[in-house]
Write a protein that binds this ligand. Structure first.
Ligand SMILES: [Mg+2]
Length: 345
């Protein structure tokens, strides 16, 4: 009998995760507070304490291009994107495991450079690298696993938003995608004009840094703890704002209205978008890799946060209202969920 196979692109990344959950079956572990489906898994670890665990890999040709990504930045980014998921549970990172897949053209110095970046990030976030694995591979791969900690009652999931909550983001959006565009433009110019061409990266320092060296918003989470603020729902923006708003709405069983004119942009992001005849809003909704936090907060709690670090970009609605966005002309449209998709769906 012929075996039927399903291309992964047919089910997409999230469909694939559903299949994996089916294959594992339901967990009977009473200490497990959240399995797959949030930014990190959460389990009880002693009285009132919880651990969060998350892992993410960066692979040559999929997540980065070695000619555009210095190795120290790569090591640092691999840590930051995982810390971002820990922060997205309102937790603090403690320990990391680092796995490297090394192709034939990797040297001792390759690993040392990568690890200089790993160390920089570990020190910046106050976590300790305690082990990992090293293996031969066809392509350079760095995979980081982080264990973080929180009081069990402080952990914030994607699923706690209530109609009426304000939807807020930290920092600015779309910059990482603008940075990627600049790097790709400059690479193309270099290929066309030859080695005499000096890439002009200076006017785009901010967006390039957003792409190559993102910072996880751990300080924001630490600031909330000091102020006694706990959002109702929280997620980090790794796949693009649109997809993350949908995740919060699905898991909170609510709708949302995003005010497009309120989305925060850096001036460089606007310039790159304009030059490419793009809308910066498109970068924010679908570009991904900004590693800012998106959270739902009751309006009364807003006053307890400093206005500088966050922007209110929308509100949570009843589930029946769906997930919508207001355009600058004042109409409302459906906010499509498509985010970054690795499997070409
Ligand atoms: Mg995440």
């Amino acid at each position: 009998m012929e075996q039927t196979v399903t291309p992964i692109s047919e089910v997409g990344e999230f469909g694939l995760i559903e299949r994996m959950k089916d294959a594992l079956g339901e967990s009977q572990d009473e200490d497990l507070l959240a399995g797959p489906g949030d930014d990190a898994a959460v389990y009880r670890a002693g009285k009132g304490r919880a651990h969060v665990a998350t892992t993410d890999a960066l692979i040559d040709g999929v997540h980065f291009s070695p000619d555009m990504m210095p190795l120290t930045y790569l090591g640092s980014k691999a840590v930051s994107i995982n810390v971002s998921d820990v922060a997205a549970m309102n937790a603090v990172p403690r320990y990391a495991l680092v796995t490297l897949g090394l192709p034939d053209n990797a040297y001792v110095e390759t690993v040392e450079e990568l690890y200089a970046g790993v160390r920089q990030a570990a020190e910046a976030y106050g976590l300790t690298v305690v082990g990992g694995d090293t293996t031969a591979a066809h392509r350079l791969t760095i995979s980081v696993t982080i264990i973080g900690e929180a009081e069990e009652r402080d952990v914030v999931y994607r699923g706690g938003a209530e109609p009426g909550d304000r939807l807020c983001v930290t920092g600015d959006l779309g910059g990482a995608y603008a940075g990627l565009k600049v790097l790709m433009e400059q690479r193309e110019a270099l290929e066309q004009k030859g080695s005499d061409y000096a890439p002009d990266l200076d006017p785009h320092r901010y967006v390039i840094q957003r792409q190559l060296a993102p910072t996880a918003r751990l300080k924001t989470v630490q600031d909330w703890a000091e102020r006694g603020v706990r959002p109702n729902a929280l997620i980090d923006i790794s796949d693009g704002l649109a997809s993350e708003v949908h995740h919060i709405c699905e898991q909170s069983d609510c709708g949302a209205l995003v005010y497009e004119e309120m989305l925060p942009f850096n001036e460089e992001t606007r310039q790159v978008a304009e030059r490419n005849d793009d809308e910066p809003e498109h970068y924010a909704f679908y570009g991904g890799e900004d590693y800012e936090l998106l959270f739902a907060l009751p309006e009364a709690e807003l006053d307890r946060l400093e206005a500088g670090g966050l922007t209110v970009i929308g509100e949570c609605r009843e589930a029946g209202d769906g997930v919508r966005r207001t355009t600058p002309s004042g109409e409302q449209r459906k906010l499509e969920a498509k985010g970054f998709e690795h499997f070409g769906a």
